[in-house]
Design a binder for this molecule. Structure first.
Ligand code: BDP
Length: 707
């Protein structure tokens, strides 16, 4: 009877193991339950006990740096030793050990990879790697990186995070929807259907009575900890004041309690006008204030009372993220005050508890309305540099416009010297095919670090792509962007290639269909990993080609930001939302003159970029129409006219997606059916959409070029 039960259990387990919906992410360690783990009892110990094949000793060393860890491997003899200052460092060490173990199993493949790469890479790869090597900084850093991290060779790994702040930003609304979320509803907030509809979609309303899903949040915590993410902002930057009401703060406490053992702090986005509608405990008999003027004594007292209320429940609460006077959000300008006045009032409130304020520089259409949108952040913030409290961090998007597939870096990073800065990257692919296109983002982020040295920043924020979809991110390959964000926040000098390689090995690897130990299968698996890697590394450049070649930008369909709408113009919305404002095509020319003869945005850049971008002969052609207005007869270095070059690149982008389909087809025998099929459907759609971009844009721009 006992044997029968075991047999049934085993069959159930095999059945479950076969159902491959992607929910396990990259965390596919096999439970072995053989390792002896000694040292403090903590999450690291539990993880190692279940998944490590080697005995491990965990040691606390108070002299070590916060969050850093050391792993000593003794080949064959004795346990592995992980040393860290505290349990969180041990946990990071444990995940590294498990990752290395997984990679170690594949070590032969890794050694071969560098050779294989050369053979397998197509001309396209070489073209793309040229683009990256244009950027000398990146390559030098890779070499430094190898020096900084002692590898497996000597049996010791020492690692510490490059940034203290490695934070996900969830744009989740309290009614359960997610702004720019493409993987289902929020994992944090649950609303209910109001029964009403807007554009055929149900309208959700808040429902604070619904319980939280503690199990799911624990899985989320584990995934984040495995890649070193240590903070999470739980709600949308377009924040509801209700976020700070006691019913929601109580929920935040529940989340904080689940996330804490995984080293993750919670933060909240706040609405600047919250004091006007929400009571604060112990303040003014529960009455809100009549103003949100940051210099008003009552407003200051309200924020202090609110901070006290939060910290009483969540002593390690991280702080606030603020979007103020941007896209209709309230802010200090409403009272004729500056961003510094606003940020400092909030900073003073959280300072006694060690909290921080992340104040966003994504502003346009407020104080500098009418100015070229890409200039407005510098115009508003440069003069305030040095006026912020030391617990305020200015958080800026990587590009000066809005998460386009390719932007030059945001010059605010050149103009702020005395205020702490963070970069905000967008994982959710709002303008890069959302969760329907396969686009691996690490090359884009690495490109940014080539211009903005990692040491200029104190932290990194990433707009999350996580939702209730079973596979978390909508597209199986979008998981790689979550993974890459965490890895780069831990070490911005890791290469896109290394990160993708790690992710593939852990997520697909030889694991699924290739468990049979046949040499033939292994060889096929290695080759498969290599072609998947090549596809991922080419995917962002392909997206740039079929969406916005040679510096075209913001020609996306209004609101949805998915398909093309190059002729988009609506006199009833701000001009800066209209595609025609950005390309300004007419029968003579195309492009936005941002040089000294135009908006002079180039002047906001440090040298050599200021002169380089300003001069059409030195401006990299990938930014041509971003910085320059050129006649249709203008010839690029290829000898092609602007329209011919556009045609060439749109075709090239579409060709790349066709090739991705071929790669995926070849991979079929090695990938489990469910994930293969789900990716296949998306790739087919991506090809259709890339073709639509090509047709729409070439028809539209061609109608000018041919005049
Ligand atoms: C844009 C999004 C918008 C966000 C805004 C922001 O379209 O939904 O609210 O950025 O970052 O990319 O505040």
């Amino acid at each position: 009877m006992k044997r029968l039960t075991l047999l049934i259990l085993a069959m159930v387990f095999v059945g479950l193991a076969k159902a491959e919906d992607g929910h396990q992410l990259w965390l596919r360690y096999q439970p072995v339950n053989t390792a002896k783990v000694t040292g403090p009892e903590c999450v690291a110990a539990q993880e190692l006990r279940t998944y490590s094949t080697k005995d491990v000793e965990l040691r606390i060393d108070p002299a070590m740096e916060e969050e850093a860890y050391k792993i000593e491997r003794k080949c064959g003899e004795g346990p592995c030793v992980i040393t860290a200052k505290n349990e969180i460092g041990l946990l990071y060490g444990a995940y590294d050990l498990l990752r290395q173990k997984n990679r170690f199993n594949n070590k032969d493949r890794r050694t071969n990879n560098s050779l294989d790469n050369k053979d397998i890479r197509t001309k396209e790869d070489l073209r793309h790697s040229n683009i990256l090597t244009d950027n000398k900084d990146i390559r030098t850093k890779d070499i430094d990186n190898k020096d900084r991290r002692t590898g497996e060779e000597d049996g010791i790994t020492v690692s510490r995070p490059y940034y203290r702040l490695r934070i996900l930003n969830h744009w989740d609304n309290l009614n359960g929807t997610i702004e720019r979320g493409y993987a289902g509803l929020s994992i944090f907030w649950k609303g209910k259907d109001s029964g009403k509809r807007f554009r055929d979609q149900p309208i959700f309303v808040e429902d604070p009575d619904q319980p939280i899903d503690a199990e799911l949040i624990k899985e989320y915590a584990r995934a984040n900890a495995s890649i070193g993410i240590n903070g999470t902002v739980l709600n949308n930057v377009n924040a509801s004041p209700k976020m700070l009401s006691d019913v929601y703060i109580n929920k935040v406490k529940q989340y904080a309690d689940i996330l804490r053992p995984y080293g993750i702090k919670v933060y909240l986005s706040v609405n600047f006008a919250s004091p006007m509608s929400i009571p604060a405990k112990g303040f003014n008999g529960g009455k809100p204030v009549k103003t949100a003027d940051p210099l008003n004594a009552q407003v200051k007292a309200w924020w202090k009372a609110k901070a006290k209320e939060i910290y009483a429940l969540i002593p390690d609460f991280g702080g606030f993220l603020v979007k103020a006077n941007s896209e209709g959000q309230p802010g200090p300008f409403d009272y004729n005050r500056t961003h510094a006045d606003g940020a400092n009032t909030l900073a003073d409130a959280v300072k006694p508890y060690g909290g921080i304020i992340m104040w966003r520089s994504f502003v346009y259409g407020a104080k500098h309305k009418g100015e070229d949108r890409v200039k407005q952040a510098v115009s508003e913030f440069a003069e305030l540099d040095g006026k912020f409290r030391d617990n305020v961090i200015l958080q800026s998007k990587n590009g000066p416009l809005d998460f386009q597939p390719r932007e030059p870096y945001a010059p605010i990073f050149d103009n702020i010297h005395q205020t702490k800065q963070m970069a905000e990257l967008q994982i959710t692919q709002e303008y890069l095919g959302q969760s329907r296109h396969l686009v691996y983002l690490a090359p884009m982020w690495r490109e940014f670090f080539g211009f903005v040295a990692p040491e200029k920043l104190v932290g990194i924020a990433g707009v999350a792509n996580i939702g209730l979809d079973k596979n978390w991110c909508g597209h199986h390959f979008s998981q790689a962007n979550w993974y890459a964000f965490g890895r780069l926040a831990w070490d911005p000098n890791l290469t896109s290639e290394d990160i993708a390689q790690e992710w593939i090995e852990q997520t697909f690897g030889l694991s699924e269909k290739c468990k049979v130990n046949s040499e033939k299968c292994k060889v096929k698996g290695e080759k498969c990993d290599q072609t998947l890697l090549s596809m991922m590394l080419r995917s962002r450049e392909a997206c740039v080609d079929y969406m916005m070649p040679i510096g075209l930008h913001h020609i996306f369909a209004f609101d949805e930001h998915y398909g093309p709408e190059p002729d988009g113009f609506n006199p009833n919305v701000p001009l800066e939302w209209c595609p025609t404002y950005y390309h300004k095509a007419n029968k003579d020319s195309i492009g936005f003159d941002r040089t000294h003869t135009g908006s002079n945005a180039t002047a906001q850049y440090r040298e050599p970029y200021c002169s380089m971008y300003d001069n059409i002969n030195t401006c990299p052609e990938r930014y041509l129409l971003w910085f320059h207005r050129v006649p249709w007869s203008y010839r690029l270095k290829s000898g092609k006219t602007v329209f011919e070059e556009m045609t060439y690149r749109y075709n090239r982008g579409v060709g790349e997606v066709k090739d991705f389909l071929r790669v995926w087809q070849d991979a079929k025998p090695l990938i489990d059916d469910q994930r293969w099929q789900e990716v296949q459907e998306r790739l087919e759609h991506q090809l259709d959409n890339a073709k639509l971009w090509r047709k729409t844009c070439l028809d539209y721009f061609g109608s000018f070029a041919s005049k």
